[in-house]
Design a protein around this ligand. Structure first.
Ligand code: DHB
Ligand code: FE
Length: 282
């Protein structure tokens, strides 16, 4: 059976990619942020996952306000990245996955989730920046990526409880897949931030720390929040916590935090990083 070996939560802001492109990782502004990543890269190197399920949001590259799937899943053999206007270098083609992804789609529909199925999508910074952070030499071709896209841009958005349930259904689908693949799951974005309006620049570090604690020990407690609560407590883009909840929902066994970092502000965000080890029940 395919096995979820762990989860990684990370910021996805375009400024990270720009900093890497310019070699600014060890400058005072960025040092504490980038210094936290080598242990996660080392874990990936040791564990050698075959597949990465990446919960991300498309900020307008492929799914703009006029066409906005609530949940979408990629089933393509590869994914291109394109310039989306942040001035970040595009990354080389991302390898896709076509067996487990279709299995997940079939299982989701069987269990009353109805995702948009994407066989031809470009992926934006929500997916590419985390990949580049984990593989700074961009040597990620061996990793088969399944993009899971969650609407975090246009209200109405899926409720945190629903996104967590989607994660649970994906986790069950992985467990029922007849293979021996090792799967790592990413939740990208967050944490608190607001890019526009009167509260632009709003960050709530206490709330972010609470979210990181609860994500490990009591993720269900976070699903009591509505998206309105998340906007109030974490800013209008704080709803990106939904990707972290989707990731956490996939883990139904024992979860142990093996690495954590939090820096604020990084650009406009509270930038969190967590590495969770998952031991499935069976
Ligand atoms: C920033 C944050 C985001 O979530 C994003 O998608 C783009 C930019 C930022 O803070 O710069
Ligand atoms: Fe974002």
């Amino acid at each position: 059976m395919a096995k979820i070996i762990g989860g990684i939560t990370t910021s996805h802001i375009p400024a990270i990619s720009n900093a890497m492109e310019r070699g600014l990782e060890d400058t005072p502004y960025w040092r504490d942020f980038f210094a936290a990543y080598p242990p996660v890269r080392k874990w990936l190197e040791e564990q050698q996952p075959d597949i990465a399920i990446i919960f991300y949001n498309d900020h307008g590259l492929e799914m703009f306000l006029d066409k906005k799937p609530t949940f979408a899943i990629g089933c393509a053999a590869e994914y291109e990245n394109a310039d989306e206007g942040w001035g970040i270098a595009t990354i080389p083609t991302v390898t896709g996955e076509t067996e487990l992804s279709w299995h997940i789609v079939n299982e989701l529909i069987e269990h009353d989730f109805d995702p948009t199925v994407c066989q031809d999508i470009k992926v934006d910074h929500g997916l590419t920046v985390p990949l580049r952070l984990m593989y700074p030499d961009q040597n990620y071709k061996h990793l088969k990526v399944i993009p899971v896209c969650i609407n975090c841009e246009r209200h109405p958005m899926p409720k945190p409880s629903r996104t967590f349930a989607l994660g649970e259904a994906i986790g069950k689908a992985v467990e029922s897949f007849p293979g021996d693949e090792k799967v790592v799951v990413f939740g990208t974005g967050g944490l608190s931030h607001q890019l526009d309006g009167e509260r632009a620049g709003f960050i709530n570090a206490d709330f972010d720390e609470e979210c990181m604690d609860k994500l490990v020990s009591d993720p269900k407690a976070l699903t009591k929040y509505s998206n309105y609560d998340l906007v109030r407590l974490g800013g209008s883009q704080g709803v990106e916590l939904n990707m972290w909840l989707g990731m956490r929902g996939t883990m139904t066994g024992h979860v142990e935090e093996i690495h954590r970092n939090y820096v604020a502000p990084i650009s406009n965000t509270g930038a969190g990083l967590q590495l969770l080890r998952h031991t499935p029940k069976r």
